[in-house]
Design a binder for this molecule. Structure first.
Ligand code: S3P
Length: 448
């Protein structure tokens, strides 16, 4: 679990052209959901390409604690023998979800409509994040919860013994909230309806259908209306996890800003609810192409080629696209530092409640390294130019995406960029250092 270990200081230096293939790990969102739905199914679920980052490993441990048989076979291959919908056992101990908001929030959904209790905790980052957004809708099913002030972890949920179905409009664009309500709805007699005004990543809906649930989605004036019929029998599936577009973003963006680069990122999941960054980069003038577009396991997939793009321009990013690139704003702000003019990012209040306050963390680190950043509660503007000074140390605030973004910044700045702690990278991208080194990056552990 990140944040529990000794800090790993790192230094990232200007490097030569990046070349080669970047085989990034499996998708984090789909990996979590494979374990959860496998655990709630009857029979065996066979997963290949599972992301073996700390976040997902914590979810695997949690599913064992609720009674599922979860077995690791090596190299991303896992099997889960589930206990069926409503079959969760009460865990003997506290569930520690480490750094993972997705893990803890979705797990709360899975157990909230069973007659069991569970107590959840995490690292300092997770224990500071808002949980009322989950416990409020779960209370409508009849689940009770007690946590710290502001509804923060550690927190105990007493599941509803006789849950009633819910019709819930998600108040903020959040796939985690939507998913927690849908997962809770699985063990409830009758229809659970979730309405989202803005579309967010739809892996839960796709995977529930794949595991045999009766789920329908209707686009209406109110937004996306998702209806799930309760108490289905889910059956174990074979899942090939596509590679994570949010992880792909790092080598892709590095290639755009490091002179002479040409990098291919094969097999990237390009679900439209996740691919907003790549559209935005192309609008900025990035040399980014999709090759070999196809569909695998119900998700659109392609190979992505990124080449050095010296003539990128700042743009106003379409706020309607925010949910489809919400995890990519930190690395976008790094690219924006090398794009001429202003990159304006609006409608991004959710960035303030991620693993860290990501607008604050990026603004501080970019300014320290010579980039001009202006910010408000739900917007920020990065003013870019041909060169960036670098030379400062940044605080990675227990946030993997902040750490990786500054490691990429240092690859193109005039002076090296230092990270006070690269440890959080292991939550989502455990092979980041090796993969980037193989492409030609010079990122070193500075205490080694
Ligand atoms: C995720 C949803 C997003 C995202 C997170 C993963 C998911 O969070 O930031 O990294 O797998 O459902 P929100 O739903 O809170 O926006």
């Amino acid at each position: 679990m990140s944040g529990h270990g000794t800090p790993i200081p790192m230094i990232s230096r200007k490097c030569g052209p990046l070349k080669g293939d970047a085989n990034v790990p499996g998708d984090k969102s789909i990996s979590h959901r494979s374990l959860l739905l496998g655990a709630m199914s009857i029979g065996e679920t066979h997963v290949t390409g599972l992301l073996e980052g700390e976040d997902v490993l914590d979810t695997a441990k949690a599913m064992r604690a609720f009674g599922a048989e979860v077995t690791e076979h090596g190299d991303g291959e896992w099997t889960i023998v589930g206990v069926g919908v409503g079959g969760f056992a009460e865990p003997d101990n506290v569930i520690d979800c480490g750094n993972s908001g997705t893990g803890v929030r979705l797990i709360m959904g899975t157990m909230a409509t069973s007659n069991i209790s569970a107590t959840f905790t995490g690292d300092a980052s997770l224990n500071s994040r808002p949980m009322a957004r989950i416990t409020d809708p779960l209370a409508l099913f009849g689940a009770q919860s007690v946590g710290r002030s502001g509804g923060r972890l550690p927190l105990t949920i007493v599941g509803a013994a006789e849950p009633t179905p819910v019709r819930y409009t998600v108040p903020m664009p959040s796939a985690q909230v939507k998913s927690a309500v849908l997962l809770a709805g699985l063990n409830v007699p009758g229809d659970t309806v979730v309405i989202e005004k803005e579309a967010t990543r739809d892996h839960t809906e796709r995977m529930l259908a794949g595991f045999g649930a009766d789920i329908s989605v209707e686009e209406t004036d109110e937004g996306r209306v998702i209806t799930l019929k309760g108490q289905p029998e889910l059956t174990g599936q074979t899942i090939v996890v596509p590679r994570d577009p949010s992880s792909a973003a790092f080598p892709v963006c590095a290639a755009l800003i490091v002179e002479g680069s040409d990098v291919l990122v094969p097999n990237i999941g390009l679900n439209p609810t996740r691919a907003g960054l790549f559209t935005t980069l192309r609008e900025m003038g990035a040399d980014l192409t999709y090759e070999n577009e196809r569909e695998e396991g119900g998700e659109p997939v392609a190979d992505l080629r990124a080449k050095y793009s010296p003539n990128m321009k700042g743009i106003e990013v379409d706020p309607a696209r925010a949910a489809s690139m919400i995890d990519e704003y930190p690395i976008l702000s790094v690219v924006a530092s090398f794009a001429e003019g202003d990159t304006v990012m609006r409608g991004v209040k959710e960035l303030r409640v991620k693993e860290s306050d990501r607008i604050d963390a990026m603004a501080k680190g970019l300014r320290a390294n010579g980039v001009s950043v202006d910010e408000g509660e739900d917007w920020w503007i990065v003013t870019g130019g041909k060169t960036v000074e670098g030379g400062a140390e940044v605080d990675t605030v227990l946030d993997h995406r902040i750490a990786m973004s500054f490691a990429i910044l240092g690859m193109a700045t005039e002076n090296p960029v230092r990270l006070n702690d690269g440890g959080p990278i292991a939550t989502s991208f455990p092979i980041f250092e090796k993969l980037m080194a193989d492409l030609g990056a010079q990122i070193a552990r500075s205490n080694a």
